[in-house]
Design a protein around this ligand. Sequence first.
Ligand code: PMV
Length: 351
Amino acid sequence: MINSQSGKAGWKSPSNIALVKYWGKKGKQIPANPSLSFTLKNCVTETHCRYQYDKGLKGPQLSYSFNSKHNTSVEDKILSYFQSLVPEMPFLANCRFEVDSHNNFPHAAGIASSASSMSALSLCLVSIEEAVTGICHPEYEFKKRASYLARLGSGSACRSVFGGFSLWGQSFVEGSSDQFAIPLEIKSGNIFNHLQDTILVVDEGEKQVSSRAGHGLMNGHPFAGQRFIQANENLQEIIKALEEEDIDKFIGIVESEALALHAMMMTSKPSFILMKPGTIEIINKIRQFRKESGIPVCFTLDAGPNVHLIYPYQRKSEVNDFVVSELLVNCARNYYINDETGQGPEKLISL
Ligand code: PMV
């Protein structure tokens, strides 16, 4: 029975930054190793999704706009994503959708926009599923379902549906799964509770390697087996460091994860060097600053040249002075973004 014939769902969802990296997958978006991230606050996607049920349709229909412009290339990708979800959500085959998505950060910033956009869209889909079927989930089940659907669109997006730290992938942590992410709670008052992320935009150019191609490079990679073992060990160690508030251990793992990700790309076939001279200069300056000042600040990298500066909330003002006085010269057009740990997505429209 169809409970609602038409309506509109809206969600605002943030990006996230991985501390233990997901790089390599198998089957249908199953990660080769578990990953851990924290959800950001300021870099978000707002998605509105209007639907109209029509039992005469033989598959989902979609019109997709990005930043208020009709975008056919994203439309094609989202439509095939919707088609792939029909076995999970049969009502999709009888719906016409109008999706309108806005990012509040520029594409060129090198922030994982697929994480915020796919999580926002998945949350809209679960809201619509509830309206159409009339079956409502308790809050945690709702998020779990959205995380599961987001994963099928873009792996790391599954970690954006919860605030704070999120863990995705089967691991020693109870309840963890390859199918969806789970929140990782740490005690209130813990220094890691409000981590900051200043994104230093070294290069605004297009991505050299797509995520899909990047993950593919791990198939048959000579170091893949060892890398997956390392990621599991690092997950165990970083969770211990979070619980024990051991910031030196935390810094060691975060930086080693970033460099391991790039080492994988540098040693794959074909090989990619995604760091730019400015990336290396910033890394050296961060290490020097940490040594001289004793301020616990470290870096991580995604699959690109831009640097994420990670540090506790308590050291915000000193780190900001360091960014402005020493690191801005290495940023394209002096461009950087201050972000921090967020509480997770927000519903914009109630169905
Ligand atoms: O979610 P994807 O397929 O775009 O992969 C993201 C991979 C990294 O950003 C490099 C690491 C991660 O865990 O987020």
